[in-house]
Write a protein that binds this ligand. Structure first.
Ligand code: MG
Length: 373
């Protein structure tokens, strides 16, 4: 194993866990975090949560689980090349979407609207809530009791108001500091993963076409490369040849530009990383191409009428469940009723956010279907 860079996050130097635990045997503290995440209930639910396409729409589309695995794979490659802590990147990547509601962004936006008068709902914050509080597996504490560095990586964004309530992990949003380079890597690996798999899934679904994408520069130049190398290849195989090249370009560009940024800033340790500007970045030209691709996906895929129809249904399910539980908490399962006595709205939000797509459907039918008694 190559030695970590002096500015990498070292598990032996962790700021520690909220509840003290002895250093594990046979693995580092960050490895223990990763292992706890993989064994959590919230992690298994990711399999049945929508990324863009609802789980039952097709077996080959990405889910939050396969998305998280792709983020971990891309992030680890980048981390290894920069001599950063691969295990910390993996832990953050596997946990970064644990707080997502069912039905992708439509579900989250609607739950946020339902929670408007009760502190709102934000999926990053919810991911932290899952690992800090909501998992119930250990005798001595709630949550997974993860290391500070894993928790701060999970909390990618946060409003100042929320940051004030979070203690140590919220401080950087108030003092304008950066998280570890490992957290910065994971954030950009997330972008690389979803931009590319949404192109792939979008083409698979037929909602977007190769012809449309030929106007997007990042896609167009990799299409040209793939065609030149393999003039006779078409269909799915051609798409894979393009997507794998785009991922490769983005990863290599990110490594090259970030190496340059790190060299210029020359941080001596992690503390200097925290006080430097964000050092992980794409080159300006590739960053522009990524923005163009993102805009294309927003316009042609995420707002496609067939996706909108699904989103409308998702919003209705989330809202009607929230309203029903809020009007009558006796409809909640018993363990949630007990918690709802302290904080009704937040408990309902936790319950709904934890649902998989199909569980939310089933719950909706159980509550509102006349045929199903
Ligand atoms: Mg993600």
């Amino acid at each position: 194993m190559t030695e970590l860079a002096p500015y990498a996050a070292d598990a032996a130097q962790t700021r520690g866990r909220r509840h003290h635990e002895p250093t594990p045997q046979g693995r580092s503290d960050f490895e223990r975090d990763r292992d706890r995440i993989i064994h959590s209930t919230a992690f298994r639910r990711l399999e049945y949560k929508t990324q863009v396409f609802v789980n039952h729409e097709g077996d080959l589309f990405r889910t939050r689980l396969t998305h998280s695995l792709e983020v971990a794979q891309i992030g680890r490659t980048i981390a290894r090349n920069l001599r950063l802590n691969e295990v910390l990147v993996e832990a953050i990547a596997l946990a970064h979407d644990l707080g997502h509601t069912p039905f992708g962004h439509a579900g989250q936006d609607e739950l946020n609207a339902c929670m408007k008068d009760y502190g709102g709902f934000e999926h990053n914050l919810q991911s932290l809530r899952v690992v800090d509080l909501l998992e119930e597996r250990y005798a001595d504490f709630n949550g997974l009791n993860l290391c500070f560095e894993t928790r701060e990586g999970i909390l990618k964004h946060c409003s100042r108001d929320n940051a004030k309530t979070l203690g140590e992990v919220g401080e950087r949003f108030l003092s304008d500091q950066r998280p570890t380079l490992e957290a910065q890597v994971t954030n950009l690996a997330d972008e690389i993963a979803y931009n590319n798999h949404d192109v792939d899934d979008g083409l698979r679904s037929g909602l977007i076409s190769l012809d449309q994408l030929a106007d997007v520069s990042l896609f167009a130049r990799h299409l040209a490369m793939a065609r030149e190398r393999h003039p006779d290849v078409a269909g799915r195989r051609l798409i894979h040849e393009i997507v794998r090249r785009m991922i490769n370009t983005l990863v290599l560009d990110l490594i090259a530009q970030s190496t340059e940024n790190i060299r210029a800033a020359a941080p001596a340790n992690l503390d200097e990383v925290r006080h430097a500007p964000a050092l992980m970045a794409f080159s300006p030209a590739v960053a522009q191409e990524q923005r163009e691709l993102k805009q294309f996906l927003h316009k042609h895929l995420y707002r496609h009428y067939q996706v909108e129809r699904m989103s409308e249904k998702a919003r209705r399910i989330v809202r009607e469940l929230f309203v029903a539980f809020h009007d009558n908490p006796a409809l909640l399962p018993p363990q949630y009723q007990a918690k709802a006595k302290n904080d009704k709205a937040r408990t309902i939000a936790d319950y709904i956010a934890g649902m998989t797509d199909r569980y939310a459907y089933r719950e909706y039918r159980r509550l509102f279907s006349i045929e199903e008694m």
